[in-house]
Design a protein around this ligand. Structure first.
Ligand code: ADP
Length: 765
């Protein structure tokens, strides 16, 4: 909004300045020339009025004699014309001085009296004397109309001497007189003069206003007869009948010759009588040219300036195109002026519009430069961020010691410069873009040297980048479709989620390699997927557990026979009383060893994936009852209260029944094992957030925070007294963890040393 107001104000200011300028002398001269030019371009038109000129021309002078002629000759001319029955006769000759021979004047007076519709010319007295130069009183008969033929062009500030306008009336020494042309029309019965007359208290007052003549063309545009022809009776038939006949001098050097807009550069002048003919025609056809008011000029200039500004702002019109448009506006304004003049008799001067263009185009250019410089400065400021703390982009460069001393000095020098001109901006941007390129290649080098596969997808999931490590993948594709599908195609075909998630040991499509896959979001603009090759680790683990389960298997068979035989020795009293304690030790130890082997095999079995978990839908109640039946007596033996949830609150579960039973048994067994007498162990089940949660809480010795996750490792046993007092191999919780993961869930412990622990095992509902 603020911007719009500023632009409007600027355009207003420019328009006003141009308008003021266009009122200077120089400008009005320019406007006048433009006016002439446009009028010439608008072209000639056919005369509208029945005007004909009887010219006292070269031929007449050579035949009859030098001007002035004797007045009886003039009387003869008038009589000849009148004989042809014209509508009116208007004589553009000053008849103010008496003739040498009074009879000549009488002859003319008589002739005038015989002519019913006649107009004579009057002129403001020469040399600034007050009053009018009128015809002799004997010519001013009552039916004679007088009209002024004053063509004082200096009044219009027309310094070029071109006749463009006339005044509808002129006043001198208190007496006003209508224009000759208006009177000629009035004599012919066309009363256009009325609109310039007002009756004020019975007296006629003339309105004096300038009227722009619509010249119909250059000289000789009107029908013209030579006075000699008329006097000789050689006029073509009906050439004067019903016409408005103007009599005037047309000889060169008569002193009554003027430039008109149609006078082309050779300065061909038009006689005064012809100018009157043009004026008559203009009034007759009501085609006086009206001029644009200052308000409409202002509006026009304002619109042009605004249009230029609009062009300049248009995105698609930059540089040369804008200039082209601006230049094209020049002929466009001329064309507009031309059309208005030709078809509307309306003059809208185009030079002020041109001036506006001349001022505004470079002005806009300057504004643009200022704006661009401001933008450049902001960019330079952004590029030059040097803030290792906040990790400006230069910081990694510096940290990577890619910057030399010289380079740093150069930057300091650039940034310390106070004369920040265009050259400075250019070299600073050059400097920083060099840095940027270095920074990018540094980043690229990092990406190139990473062994992990990096795949980047945009917000729509389309793959936009893969690092060189990705190129080494078996099924690498240059431009893959969506990232998740691509990942499935590269690996074992499973569905990957795009939101931040990770997957362990995902086999490649051919099962030959194993990857840890991490999918992390990049702030709202996509995801980065990393594939860390862990084939070696995977194979090692595999080999380890294969080895251990093989060994355990091999141990189980001899152990079974040791137990069998020892049992037999005991049962059938085959050993002397003294040896029995040894036998029972052998039995205890082999039971322990077989327990160890069993637990280990259990884990190894699920881990290896050889044991498929069998998901069924079952009720939890019976499972807990079975568990209670086995563990209840043990708890009682230790005086521990074992609380399970009432049946009604138990839900149905979808899980591997045997594994879940065993995992819960392990948790409750531990709770009993690591709690002192007189405490309580509680089992609870809850359902929510698409998860089923089993919680086993005790009031036992607890686990310190540092060891909370380690207790789930294989063979991990805490080194405290409570643990030492209890037998175990540190495999129970590892088994629980494995079961939880195989179900897509997890297990964790919250504990406080000396107060108790809460183990939570959850699986998806
Ligand atoms: P163990 O056979 O030793 O019980 P586990 O894997 O079941 O092996 O447990 C690992 C270790 O975690 C135990 O040795 C013990 O120190 C600790 N632990 C397990 N359960 C509890 C509990 N409820 N309270 C305190 N310590 C526990």
């Amino acid at each position: 909004m603020k911007h719009v107001v500023a632009v409007a104000a600027a355009c207003f200011g420019v328009a006003l300045a141009v308008l003021l300028l266009s009122w200077t002398n120089y400008f009005s001269q320019l406007n006048s020339s433009a006016y002439d030019f446009t009028l010439r371009m608008a072209g000639e038109v056919r005369p509208a009025s029945p005007t004909v000129i009887v010219a006292i021309d070269e031929a007449s002078v050579s035949q009859i004699g030098r001007w002035p002629w004797r007045r009886d000759k003039l009387a003869q001319l008038i009589d000849r014309i009148q004989a042809e029955r014209p509508r009116a006769i208007a004589i553009d000759l000053l008849l103010g001085d008496p003739s040498a021979n009074e009879a000549d004047d009488d002859a003319l007076a008589a002739s005038i009296s015989r002519t019913p519709h006649i107009v004579l010319a009057a002129h403001i007295a020469p040399d600034g004397a007050p009053g009018w130069q009128k015809p002799l009183p004997k010519f001013q008969q009552p039916h004679v109309l007088l009209g002024h033929v004053h063509a004082d062009i200096s009044e219009f500030q027309e310094m070029d001497g071109v006749n463009r306008r006339i005044y509808t009336a002129k006043t001198s020494a208190g007496s006003s007189m209508l224009a000759f042309s208006l009177q000629a029309l009035r004599a012919a019965g066309v009363n256009t003069a009325q609109q310039f007359e007002r009756d004020i208290q019975g007296a006629k007052v003339h309105i004096s206003s300038p009227v722009d003549i619509r010249f119909i063309g250059g000289r000789h545009s009107f029908d013209q007869l030579s006075a000699a022809e008329v006097l000789n009776g050689q006029t073509p038939r009906d050439s004067l009948k019903d016409r408005i006949v103007l009599i005037g001098l047309t000889t060169e050097g008569s002193g009554d010759e003027w430039l008109t807009p149609f006078s082309t550069q050779d300065g061909q002048k038009t006689s005064g009588v012809e100018i009157h003919a043009n004026a008559i025609d203009t009034f007759f056809a009501s085609r006086a040219i009206s001029e644009a008011s200052w308000a409409s000029m202002f509006a026009g200039i304002f619109a042009a300036v605004l249009a230029l500004w609009g062009l300049n702002r248009a995105r698609r019109l930059e540089g040369l195109r804008f200039y082209l448009c601006a230049v094209l506006m020049l002929p466009a304004t001329v064309a507009l002026s031309w059309a208005l003049l030709k078809y509307g008799n309306f003059w809208f001067p185009f030079p002020p519009l041109w001036t506006a263009l001349v001022f505004v185009v470079p002005g806009l250019e300057v504004l643009e430069i200022v704006r661009v410089n401001r933008d450049l400065d902001a960019k330079i400021r952004r590029l030059s961020v040097w803030d290792p703390e906040r990790n400006g982009w230069i910081a990694p460069l510096h940290a990577g010691e890619l910057e030399s001393e010289d380079h740093m000095l150069q930057r300091k020098r650039l940034l310390a410069t106070t004369r920040r001109n265009a050259r400075w901006r250019l070299s600073t941007i050059d400097f920083f873009s060099d840095d940027l390129v270095k920074f990018l290649s540094f980043n690229n080098a990092i990406l190139d040297s990473i062994e992990d596969v990096i795949i980047v997808a945009d917000a729509t999931g389309r793959v936009v980048y893969q690092n060189p490590a990705a190129h080494r993948l078996k099924r690498f594709t240059e431009s893959p479709p969506r990232a998740t599908e691509y990942l499935g195609y590269l690996l074992d075909g499973r569905r990957f989620e795009t939101t931040g998630s990770s997957y362990k040991s995902v086999p490649s499509h051919d099962g030959k390699r194993y990857y840890n896959v991490t999918i992390s979001p990049i702030a709202q603009s996509g995801v980065v997927i990393t594939l860390h090759d862990e084939t070696a680790q995977h194979e090692l683990n595999q080999a380890k557990s294969d080895m251990v389960s093989l060994v355990s298997h091999e141990l189980r068979t001899p152990l079974t026979s040791i137990r069998g035989y020892t049992d037999m020795l005991m049962k059938y009293d085959l050993v002397a009383e003294k040896g029995k304690p040894f036998l029972s030790t052998i039995i205890d130890e082999s039971r322990r060893l077989s327990g160890l082997i069993q637990s280990f095999l259990d884990i190894a079995y699920i881990e290896s994936g050889r044991q498929k978990i069998e998901i069924t839908d079952f009720e939890l109640g019976p499972v807990l009852r079975d568990m209670l039946a086995v563990l209840g007596p043990i708890a009682e033996g230790k005086r521990i209260r074992l609380e399970t949830p009432p049946d009604s609150r138990l839900t149905r579960v979808r899980a591997d029944r045997v594994l879940l039973h065993q995992a819960l048994t392990n948790l409750v067994t531990n709770a009993i094992k690591y709690s002192p007498a007189g405490t309580a162990v509680r089992v609870s089940v809850s359902n929510g957030n698409d998860r089923i949660r089993f919680q086993v809480s005790d009031e036992g010795c607890g686990i310190p925070a540092g060891e909370a996750s380690r207790v789930f490792e294989k063979f991990y046993r805490r080194a405290n007294k409570e643990t030492r007092d209890q037998s175990g191999f540190g495999l129970g919780l590892a088994f629980v963890k494995e079961v939880a993961i195989k179900h897509g869930g997890d297990v964790f412990v919250e504990s406080e040393v000396g107060k108790g622990s809460v183990f939570t095992l959850w699986i998806p509902a």
